[in-house]
Design a protein around this ligand. Sequence first.
Ligand code: S3P
Length: 449
Amino acid sequence: MSTHSDPALMRPRRFAAQGPLKGRIRVPGDKSISHRSIMLGALAVGETRVTGLLEGEDVLSTAAAMRAMGATIERQANGDWLVAGVGVGGLLQPNGALDMGNSGTSTRLLMGLVASHPIAACFVGDASLSKRPMGRVIDPLSQVGARFTAYPGGRLPLIVEGAATPVPLTYRLPVASAQVKSAVLLAGLNTPGITTVIEPVPTRDHSERMLRGFGADLSVELDSDGARVIRLVGEAELKPQTITVPGDPSSAAFFAVAALIVPGSDLVIENVGLNPTRAALFDVLRQMGGSIEELNRRDVGGEPVADLRVRASTLTGIDVDPAVVPSMVDEFPVLFVAAAHAQGRTITRGLEELRVKESDRITVMRVALEQAGARVQETEDGLIIDGTGGEGLRGANNHPVATHLDHRIAMSMAVAGLASAAGVEVDDTRPIATSFPVFEQLIATATGQ
Ligand code: S3P
């Protein structure tokens, strides 16, 4: 936890030009789907089998928490995970605090689950997670009847006392957040009556797809303003499932950008999830002139999947449509790196949510890219980047860039390093293990080291 930010324990590394990315790689399972597989498996009665689960620290935090609340969760020798659930309503009060590590998704979704069970739970996290706002879930979950004692500012550590008689809610999302949507829906599972979430701006829909897959009665329709109205019938009985988790598009993103900007690259990234609520980065990169081909499009576990063939390309800056933000919300740090290599100007806006991720990704990327020689201007809700026109950045090797316990900053600046003259030193690579434990190994594979 707090040791995570102890400078003596940080693991710096310099990422330098290694030559083109070639061959075929396969990225690990989708983080959002992995969290939900464990949570919903733990609420079904019987055994859920998960193939391709992301074994990143964030998902392991979810697994540990669900175990602490009564589920049996085990990894098999062949890499599959088996989850024996307790049934909706069957969560037990954990004995100690639930350590969420760096994971906002674990925290917010589990707060939703606890909110409608007659148990109390204490959530703690690392220095990054302890700065992030939890008011956005405390507000709706208080209306369900749960009680919260949070650190000032609605932060971790916090204690949730779930409602003994939870009340079904109709909640219009004030921020475009799949985590808030999911927290309310998960609270609805053990609440009598119908829980309704109104989503004016669509966000990733894995919770809806998977709740239905597990047998919940959930419907989605559009109202007259085009908002999505999601209704979940409570006191659900979930049935165990066999789940195959597709590769994470948010992890593939780093390799897609690396292959576009490192001259001579021609890389196939296999098994990439392309759910339309997640995959906008690849469209934006194509609009910039990136060569990204979809091969062997198919369905894996109810999600569209393809292998992506990415070839080094001359990119041109664009004005990124703010409407795509929710469907690539985690991909902006690496898009900024692509923009820093493009010809001309890239403008991004509508990114205020990036300021409350694992770090303030607008400021932190502005500072890191400037340090590596990019021309960047920060606005209230985005960055304006004037690219080098295909030349690599100068790099940053006399002073490491600060990643602020943010895995996506570390990986984005690693990618910048691969296409730079002098390399980029990042101050700490440990947070990469939260979402993409084999990242450095795959860099070595793709660059033939
Ligand atoms: C996630 C939703 C997103 C995303 C996060 C995972 C999820 O957060 O940034 O990495 O699995 O629901 P918000 O919903 O808060 O934007």
